[in-house]
Design a protein around this ligand. Sequence first.
Ligand code: ATP
Ligand code: MG
Length: 590
Amino acid sequence: MRMSQLFATTLREVPAEAEIASHQLLLRAGMMRKAAGGIYVFLPLGLRVLHKIETIVREEMDRTGAQELLLPIVQPAELWQQTGRWDVYGEEMFRLQDRHGRSFCLGPTHEEIITWLVANEVQSYRQLPVVLYQIQNKYRDEIRPRFGPLRSREFIMKDAYSFDRDAAGLDENYRKMYEAYARIFTRCGLSFRPVEADSGAIGGKGSHEFMALADAGEAAIVYCDACGYAANVEQAECLPPEGDGEAEAQDAGQARAGEASEPGWRRVETPGQHTVEEVARFLHVQPRNLIKTMIYLADGQPVAVLVRGDHDVNEIKLGHVLDVRHVFLADAETTERVTGAPVGFAGPIGLAQPVPMWVDQAVMAMKEAVTGGNAKDTHLVGVDPTVHFPAGYKVADLRLAQPGDLCPRCRRGRLQAARGIEVGQVFKLGTKYSEALGAMYLDENGRSHPIIMGCYGIGVSRTMAAIIEQCHDEHGIAWPMTVAPYQVIVVPVNAAEAPQWEAATQVYGQLQAAGVEVVLDDRSERPGVKFKDADLMGFPLRVTIGPRGLKEGKAELRWRASGQEEAVPLDQVVSRVQQAIADELQRYTP
Ligand code: ATP
Ligand code: MG
């Protein structure tokens, strides 16, 4: 490819719409353009990268024995109504009607349609197991599309679905997919970590997310260096404080004396003190001596949720224990009605309106705690949950794991925190979809059973952005060799000088003939401009042909990622480049 022909315009300025490196660099390097919020054009260079990732994905899927097919993007509403997800998906689903008024959606995922397909095609145990996958656009009307392809509304996903006779078969397919995912992300040059995950709206039990480690990642993860436990914080379990040895360490502090209202606890005035930090400072205690009481709406019904002052509620865990679809913090009006006080003074004792009370297990180990007093500028001190909480409360693991927590798995290491980009997720679905859509098989004895399913997704376009998040510097992208749009760029320092031009076109032709993916920068730009563009676009190797090297019959080979340089005799450029490519590819071989 000649640079003068390449349909790619680089931008010097950082586009204002882009906040993070991958989004900025994809635009600046001429790989992508925005068509609408969260909807992008992939230009030739960007598309080549996507194709490379897709090739890696296909090779690894095929290696597991999975078979590729292509499902429709436009899907009939009826299938989604049968599983109940036509309603559950809510506003994230793009919906449309045809000219006859029939409802369809643009597939945000494909469990329904593939299960319908398999229900029709599979009758006997002899046809199982089978694993099917596709690579295709998905549509999700994300509430906040941002960060370019990391969270877009139209994106490319590889989705695979496994169909098995029994749980052991599912376990085996799940393991194969998990291993294939590790190979895929290794080959893409990503530094990643599989973590235990919540299965979210897809449903089912048992799931892992593959997280590309990056500060720009939206996901918070915790991991233990001692045993290798790793989980999305949404999912990470917390030990009861006994297991944590923290109960003894608790320091009740020197609470101010107040009016004694009942044996054991006292009411104190805390004028203008709202936040945990303010109240703790005012009462000369630690945040961990406070109990935060929050009013949530669980499918519209108010509940009181209590966690220790230095902890946060895990709304996913809360949703699970309450067995509801939506949980969110109540509005001020509801909170004031339930507590009988302005926001900031909620507590478990003396609520104006009785509501179900859910208490995080760490709270139950507290002694002499401070709680809100359900009245303006009022807190209670000396509260002992086991003695003073009104009867009927329920205890559960409701909090977010934090760095420093004792590892819930090995109970030796301490959890550490990191951020990640979820590039893939694997789920054990069980029979949720097969039962809803009648995907049954007959066993050896002619008995009918629902097929056991798993599903497995990789965000292909998100993976491209995640790679850039990990592989860039202030000059631009530094693609791993495995996914680079072209492997090599040949740059004559001055294309108008005949000897340089001749040497450059000769090297370019030889590299092409050797099967190397190569760009020739044939433009009459200044060398600085050409070098800048090459660095921005991130070709892993640059061959520079300039007057000084030519005098000695040499070209300069430069590695984009490391900046390493090497003078190579012209007649050895092809073999040296081939060697360098082979070495680079080897680095990413699992
Ligand atoms: P997230 O939690 O980030 O919204 P998800 O868990 O809803 O993602 P899945 O249903 O597990 O996503 O989809 C499989 C994969 O598709 C994800 O692991 C991710 O790589 C990719 N993906 C999901 N949503 C988007 C999006 N809006 N833009 C780009 N890729 C996405
Ligand atoms: Mg996911």
